[in-house]
Design a protein around this ligand. Structure first.
Ligand SMILES: [Zn+2]
Length: 358
């Protein structure tokens, strides 16, 4: 049985048994939206409970959970940089008018990776290599950017623009100072959240893997960068499979196995907490049934990283139909978010450190 057949059979079975099916089915469906059926809902609750256990309960000495709104006023995403940078490149066909995600189109047509290239660079590739519309064969126009935030209005005034959040993280940054006070002003402090998010993907394919609305599970972890910490690596098996950006640039495709603490010492992972939460994430995914050799952390190249990050790893998991897919992102965001929100809100979000001796 080919992978394609196996995948089609599985999707069919999921539908029949009540795990998931396309939303708005009687109107023909809208891509990127799925309903969870009776069994799917129960399965998802189990996954959420396991995540809470790994990331919050097992770390009740330093992590708490909160819940914040999905609809967010515009100023928040101005401050976070999403209004400007949360975009994907698109290109339209001059003949039939269809719109495509430019990087996917090029990758499909030429089999090369172009993640992180600018619209100008993508336009150049399309022109030079003669990439055409995959539907009608027509000429393609210039590549431009498309913002993935879903827009709405808050209340009756059209000037009060809001957006559906594309990640839960901003809720944690905005609540940081309050949570820090409530939790007796201790650092390090992790704030976790499980909630709905929405991203206006250009052409979601890959079934349940790329959705326009989904549930995200996130932790933002705050610490004092001047402090030397020893994360509790002994709580878990701390082996990590990592494919570094340096190796990727050399054409290496196989990840290297490190002990997490060694990876920090050798500078492969730039921060001890980043390495620690990668370990927890690997253990969590393992408990979901993914073997250790079928997951690794891929370091993003500088031009592939999100606008806020200084080092990012994507946790990849092998899926028979789609190959390696990203299941979690681990970004070292520094103080980018808090300092941007301080600037845009005019509020002081710094916290005092208590020293043992006065
Ligand atoms: Zn066309």
């Amino acid at each position: 049985m080919g992978e394609r057949d196996k995948y089609a059979k599985l999707v069919e079975l999921a539908k029949r048994r009540g795990f998931f099916w396309p939303s708005f089915e009687i109107y023909g469906g809208v891509s990127g939206f799925y309903d969870l059926g009776p069994l799917g809902t129960l399965l998802k609750e189990n996954i959420k409970r396991l995540w809470l256990d790994y990331f919050v309960t097992k770390h009740s000495d330093m992590v708490v959970a909160i819940e914040t709104p999905m609809i967010t006023p515009e100023i928040v995403f101005k401050a976070s940089g999403h209004l400007e940078s949360f975009t994907d490149p698109i290109v339209s066909c001059n003949k039939c008018g269809r719109v495509f995600r430019a990087d996917q189109l090029i990758e499909d047509a030429l089999g090369i990776k172009v993640e992180g290239k600018t619209p100008e660079e993508l336009t150049k590739i399309i022109k030079e290599k003669g990439v055409k519309c995959p539907v009608c064969g027509g000429e393609l126009g210039e590549v431009r950017t498309f913002n993935l935030l879903f827009q709405t209005y808050i209340g009756p005034y059209s000037r009060d623009r809001g957006y559906l959040r594309p990640e839960a993280a901003q809720g944690m940054f905005l609540a940081f100072k309050r949570v820090h006070t409530v939790m007796r002003s201790k650092l390090p402090l992790g704030i976790g959240q499980i909630g709905r998010v929405a991203r206006n993907e250009i052409s979601p394919r890959q079934s349940m893997i790329r959705l326009r609305e989904f549930t995200i599970m996130e932790v933002e972890f705050f610490f004092d960068p001047s402090e030397k910490y020893s994360p509790p690596f002994e709580r878990f098996n701390s082996r990590l499979n990592i494919l570094t950006a340096e190796d990727r640039l050399k054409g290496v495709e196989k990840p290297t196995t490190y002990d997490a603490e060694e990876a920090v010492k050798e500078g492969v992972v730039k921060n001890e907490w980043l390495a620690y939460w990668m370990v927890v994430s690997k253990e969590f995914v393992k408990e979901l049934g993914v073997a250790e050799e079928e997951t690794f952390f891929e370091e993003k190249l500088p031009d592939e990283r999100a606008h806020y990050a200084t080092q990012t790893f994507d946790q990849m998991v092998k899926v028979s139909r789609w190959g390696w897919v990203e299941v979690s992102g681990h970004a070292y965001r520094g103080d980018y978010d808090l300092s941007r929100h301080m600037k845009f809100s005019g509020q002081d979000l710094t916290v005092f450190k208590r020293f043992p001796e006065p």
